[in-house]
Ligand binder design. Sequence first.
Ligand code: CMC
Length: 435
Amino acid sequence: MEAKGKVTLNYGPDKNLDLPTYGGSIGPDVFDIRALYGKTGMFTYDPGFMSTASCQSRITYIDGDKGVLLYRGYPIEQLAVHCDFLEVCYLLLNGELPKKAEKEKFDWTVTRHTMVHEQLARLFQGFRRDSHPMAVMVGVVGALSAFYHDSLDINNPEHREISAFRLIAKLPTIVAMAYKYNMGQPFIYPKNDLGYTANFMRMMFAVPAEDYVVNDVLVRALDRIFILHADHEQNASTSTVRLAGSSGANPFACIAAGIACLWGPAHGGANEAALQMLMDIERDGGVAKVGEFIKKAKDKNSGVKLMGFGHRVYKNYDPRAKLMQETTREVLDALGLHNDPLLKLAMALEKIALEDEYFVSRKLYPNVDFYSGIVQRALGIPTSMFTCIFSLARTAGWIAQWNEMISDPEQKIGRPRQLYVGPTQRDVVPIAKRI
Ligand code: CMC
C-alpha cells in the first residue's frame, strides 16, 4: 500500500515519530501504527476498537453519519429491490454481481449441497429438546468440520470455495433442523426444485402429514431479511470469525465462533430482545405505556434499554431499518394483519424516541432489529429462532470476510496487547504459611 502522507506523533521532549497515512476508496484515512511499539515501547489503547481499523477490506462500506450501507459498492436499497439473496452471496464472495449464466451455475451448486451428512442429523439427539436453538447451532456448525475433512486446507482456494458452498447451502437445513428438533417434529429434507429461501421455509414449516404451500410474498420478505443481514463490515461476530481464522482454524470452526458471538443481546440477539420488549409493553398497557417505558430507557439505573435502537456505527437512521419497516408492512398486508398492535406500538415508540432530547443528542436511531422481530413473528418464526435466521444470512458475509483475510498477503495472526494493571511480580507463599 502506498502512503498518502504522514502524521507526526510527539511522544516526549524531542521525541517525534512519523507514521504513514493511507487513504481508502471512501471513508476515513488511517495512520499506520505497526511500527509504534518497536520505536516507542508504547502500545495504543482502544477497548471496543472505537478508532481501530483491523484490516483492509473491499467488501462492505458503512457511512454511519449518512446512513449508507454498500455491499461491494452497491447501495443496500438497490440490492434489496433488484436482487435475490443468492445473487448477493455471489456478489459478496466474488466482488461482482453475477451474469445470468453465472447466477444459474451458482444457484445450481448451492442447491446441490443443501443436504447434510445423515450422521449429522443424529448429532441433534445429544441436545436437550429445550436447548436454545443458538446453542444447537454453535455445536452443529462447529461439528461440520468433523464431517467435511476433504475441504479443510485453508491454503487451497478450491477447498475454500467448496467450504463456502457447503456453509451457505447447509445453514438453512441446519437452522430448520434446530427448529424441528426443538418442536419435536421430524426433520424435513430439502427439496431442490425450490429456491433457496422457499426451500428453507418449507424445511421449517412443512410436516410429513401436510406439505407447505409456498407464499411468494412471504418468501420474498424473508429473502430480503437475508439480504439486509448478509454483511456489515467489521462488526463483533465478523471480527470474531477473522480472529479465529487468523490462527489457521478451519472455516466451519470459524463460522461457529461467529455464531457464538452473534448470539449476544448487544449484537444478533437484539431482535429477540426488541420483540420481547414490544410484547412486554403491549401486555402492560400498550401505546398508553410508551411514555413510561421511554422514561425507564433513559434512566441508567433502570437497566432498561430501548432495544433495536442505537448502533456503534450508525449515528443516523440505519438504512436496513427503513427497508425492514417496508417489508413489515408488506407482510402484515399479505397476511391481513393491518392492525397488528406490535407494529402500532413500535411506530409510537419510534416517533417519541426520535423527538426525545436523550435519543436525539446521542444520535440513537432505530437499527435493523427494531422491526425485524415483528416481521419474523408474522412469518411464523418463533422468537428463539431469530438469531439463527440472522446467522444463516450473515454466514455469507462471514465467509467472504474470512476468504478475504486468508488471501491477504498482510494477514497475520490476530494478537492484541494490553495495558496490564494487575499485581507486579511477587513470591508464592506456601499454603501452610499463608495468613
Ligand atoms: N437505549 C437507551 N440508551 C442507549 C441505547 C438504547 N438502546 N443505546 C445507547 N444508549 C445510550 C448509552 O447508555 C450511552 O449513554 P451515555 O453517553 O449517557 O452513557 C450512549 O447512548 C452511547 O451508547 P454506547 O452504549 O456507548 O454505544 P455503543 O456504540 O457502545 O453501543 C449498542 C451500541 C448497539 C450496543 C447500543 O446502542 C445498544 O445496546 N442498543 C440496544 C441493543 C441493540 O439494539 N443492538 C442491535 C445493534 S444492530 C444489530 C447488530 O449489529 O447486531
